[in-house]
Design a protein around this ligand. Structure first.
Ligand code: BTN
Length: 305
C-alpha cells in the first residue's frame, strides 16, 4: 500500500527521490495524512466539488478522497480506515490498475467507469455483513432507476444486471481487530461511460454499460452523488435494523429468485438447484434436485434457466 502511493506520487512527478525516502520512513499516521492530502487534489473527470455541490446526505460522502489512478480503491479505503477516518468517507479513483473482484478475480477499471469504496463503521457482527452487500445492490439499482434505466435487476448476491448483462459489481470487505468488525469497506464498480471495446474480449459477452443501455454518456459526478444519497437511505435502514425493508426492496428487483442455478459455494461441490427466495440474513434459499433445502451464505450462482 505504501509503495503503491509512493509510485503514484512519483508517476505524477510530485516528489523527489529525497522525499521518497522520507515517505518510506514516515510513521503510518503521517503517511495516511499524505494519502488523504493527495485525495483532495483536483482530478480531471471526477470532481469532488461537483459531487458535493447538491449532495443531500448527512454522513455518506461528506469526506471524499478522489484519485487519478490507484491499484484498488478498496485497498486505499482499507488503509485509511485503519488510520483515523470519518464514518461514511468515500475513496474514488478515475482508473484502477489492480482492482479486485469477488472470489479472487480481477476487475477491469478503465477511465469512464465509476470505481469507489465507502468506509462504514456500522458496529455489527459478521452475520450481518451479507445484508450490507444486498443493501448496496438495492442502492445501485435505485440509482439506475433514477437515471432512466428501465429494469435494473440484482443477481444474488450483488451483481447488477440490465437486459441479462452485468453493469455493476460490489465487493464488501471487513476490517477486523481481535475478531470484531472495525470497519466495512464497500467497493462498487459501475460500468458507466464505457463501450464494450474498453473491456477484454472474454468479458464482452456478459457485460453492458450505462452508455450502451441509455444510448448516451452521463454525468459521472451526478451519478456518484445520486448513488451516495441512495446508499445513505438504505444504510439508515440497516442502522435502524429494518432488515426486512431492505430485503423487500431486494426481492422486488431479484434476477435470481424462481430460476434454476448452479450453486458454487467456496470449498464445496457445485450443484444445481431451484431458487426459492432469500432468507432474513441475506442467504439464498434453494431446493436441490433431491428436494432438500439449502441456505447459501456465500459463493456464486450461475443462472441455467
Ligand atoms: C465483482 O466481482 O462483481 C465485484 C467487483 C467490485 C469492483 C469494485 S471497483 C471499486 C472497488 N475497488 C476494487 O478493487 N474493487 C471494487
Amino acid at each position: 500500500m505504501r509503495n503503491e502511493i509512493i509510485n503514484l506520487l512519483k508517476k505524477e512527478n510530485k516528489i523527489s527521490e529525497k522525499t521518497v525516502s522520507e515517505l518510506k520512513d514516515m510513521d503510518l499516521s503521517d503517511f495516511a495524512t499524505v494519502v488523504k492530502e493527495l485525495g483532495k487534489e483536483e482530478t480531471e473527470n471526477i470532481k469532488a466539488s461537483e459531487i458535493t455541490k447538491d449532495l443531500n446526505t448527512k454522513f455518506i460522502g461528506k469526506n471524499l478522497y478522489v484519485y487519478k489512478e490507484v491499484a484498488s480503491t478498496n485497498t486505499v479505503a482499507k488503509f485509511l480506515s485503519m488510520n483515523n477516518i470519518e464514518n461514511g468517507s468515500v475513496v474514488i479513483s478515475e482508473r484502477q490498475t489492480k482492482a479486485k473482484g469477488r472470489s479472487g478475480k480481477s476487475w477491469e477499471s478503465p477511465l469512464g467507469g465509476i470505481w469507489l469504496s465507502i468506509i462504514l463503521n456500522p458496529n455489527v457482527d459478521y452475520s450481518k455483513l451479507p445484508l450490507i452487500t444486498l443493501a448496496t445492490g438495492v442502492a445501485v439499482a435505485k440509482t439506475l432507476e433514477r437515471i432512466g434505466v428501465e429494469n435494473p435487476e440484482i443477481k444474488w448476491p450483488n451483481d447488477i444486471i440490465i437486459n441479462d448483462k452485468k453493469v455493476c459489481g460490489i465487493l464488501t470487505e471487513a476490517v477486523t481487530k481481535f475478531n470484531t468488525i472495525e470497519n466495512v469497506i464497500i467497493g462498487v464498480g459501475i460500468d458507466a461511460n464505457l463501450n464494450l471495446a474498453d473491456f477484454p474480449e472474454e468479458l464482452q459477452d456478459g457485460t453492458t454499460t450505462l452508455q450502451i443501455e441509455l444510448g448516451r454518456a452521463g454525468n459521472e459526478n451526478l451519478l456518484i452523488g445520486m448513488f451516495l444519497e441512495e446508499f445513505e437511505k438504505i444504510a439508515n435502514l440497516f442502522i435502524e435494523e429494518k432488515y426486512e425493508d431492505i430485503l423487500k426492496e431486494w426481492r422486488k428487483r431479484s434476477y435470481t429468485i424462481g430460476k434454476i442455478v448452479e450453486v458454487r459455494e467456496p470449498f464445496n461441490t457445485y450443484y444445481d438447484a431451484y431458487v426459492l427466495g432469500i432468507g432474513k440474513e441475506g442467504a439464498l434459499v434453494v431446493e436441490k434436485i433431491d428436494g432438500t433445502l439449502e441456505k447459501v451464505i456465500s459463493g456464486e450462482c450461475i443462472i441455467k434457466k
